[in-house]
Design a protein around this ligand. Structure first.
Ligand SMILES: Nc1ncnc2c1ncn2[C@@H]1O[C@H](COP(=O)(O)OP(=O)(O)OP(=O)(O)O)[C@@H](O)[C@H]1O
Ligand SMILES: [Mg+2]
Length: 236
C-alpha cells in the first residue's frame, strides 16, 4: 500500500490574492520530509489546506491513493493523519494524562488506549512523571511534548508538525528533534514545518522550500544544505 501524501498543484486564497500558487509536493511513508520557508511563505496555509480548514481553490491532495481534498478535519484525522498545530493548543486546565486521552477520543478499545498510552509515556518519560499535573502549568517544552504525545494517541501513519521548536530553549529544541526522529523510526511518516534550517535538514530525508506561495527548491535534505534558494528564503 502506498501511503504517500501528495499535494498536486495546490492553489489557496484567503481573499483575492493567492497565498499558495501551484504547490506540488510529496511526503513519503516512513521518512521525514521538511517544509522550509520564511515567515508568511504559506507553510501553515498548506497545512490548513490539508486538514480541510482552508480548502484549496484548485488542485488536489491525495493520501493513500484517496482524494482527500477539502474533506472535513475529523475524516482526515480518521484516515491516520495527525496534526500538531502551530502554537500547540493543549487543554491547560486538564492534566497531562487527560490531554493525552483526548487524542484517543475516536478509539473505543480500552486495551488499545492503554497500550498507546504506554508507548507515549515510554517516548516521553517526562510526561509519565507529570501525568497528574495540569498541562497549563507545564514548561513550554513540556507542553510541546504533550501536544506531540496527544497527536500520537490515535496511532497516525503520518504526523504533521508545524514549527515545534518555536520559542523553545536550545536544549529543548534538541530534545524535540531527537523525539521527532524516534517517531519516524517507529514507522510514522513526519511532515515537519520548521524555521530551524540546519537541524531540520540534519534529520530529514527530503525537503521543500516555499517562498511567496511557490516551491522554489526541493530535493534530498543533503542537496538542500548547500542550495542557494534555501539561503535566500531565510536571509533575503
Ligand atoms: N486567515 C487569513 N486571512 C488572510 N490572510 C491570511 C490568513 N492567514 C494567513 N494569511 C496570510 O497568508 C500568508 C501566508 O501565511 P502562513 O500563515 O501560511 O505563513 P507561514 O509560512 O506559516 O508563516 P510563519 O512562518 O510566520 O508561521 C501571509 O501573508 C498571511 O498574512
Ligand atoms: Mg506558520
Amino acid at each position: 500500500m502506498d501511503e504517500s501524501l501528495l499535494f498536486d498543484n495546490i492553489h489557496v486564497a484567503y481573499d483575492k490574492a493567492d497565498v499558495l500558487s501551484g504547490v506540488s509536493m510529496e511526503v513519503r511513508p516512513r521518512t521525514i520530509t521538511c517544509l522550509l520557508g520564511a515567515n508568511g511563505a504559506g507553510k501553515s496555509t498548506l497545512i490548513r489546506a490539508l486538514f480541510g480548514l482552508t480548502p484549496p481553490r484548485r488542485g488536489s491532495i491525495i493520501f493513500n491513493e484517496t482524494d482527500i481534498t477539502g474533506l472535513p478535519t475529523h475524516r482526515i484525522v480518521g484516515m491516520g493523519i495527525a496534526c500538531i498545530p502551530e502554537g500547540r493548543r493543549i487543554f491547560p486546565k486538564m492534566t497531562v494524562h487527560e490531554n493525552l486521552l483526548m487524542g484517543a477520543y475516536q478509539e473505543r478499545s480500552q486495551a488499545k488506549i492503554r497500550s498507546t498510552l504506554d508507548r507515549v509515556y515510554t517516548l516521553f518519560p517526562r510526561l509519565a512523571e507529570r501525568r497528574s499535573q495540569l498541562a497549563g502549568t507545564m514548561s513550554g517544552g513540556e507542553q510541546a511534548m504533550v501536544s506531540v504525545g496527544r497527536g500520537l494517541m490515535h496511532e497516525p501513519r503520518l504526523i504533521v508538525i508545524d514549527e515545534p521548536s518555536l520559542g523553545l530553549s536550545p536544549a529543548l529544541v534538541n530534545e524535540n528533534f531527537r523525539i521527532i526522529r524516534r517517531i519516524c523510526e517507529e514507522g510514522v511518516a513526519v511532515f515537519l514545518v520548521e524555521q530551524n534550517v540546519r537541524q531540520t535538514l540534519a534529520i530529514s530525508s527530503y525537503g521543500y522550500v516555499l517562498s511567496q506561495g511557490k516551491v522554489v527548491a526541493s530535493g534530498t535534505a543533503e542537496s538542500l544544505k548547500n542550495d542557494v534558494q534555501v539561503q535566500k528564503a531565510y536571509f533575503g
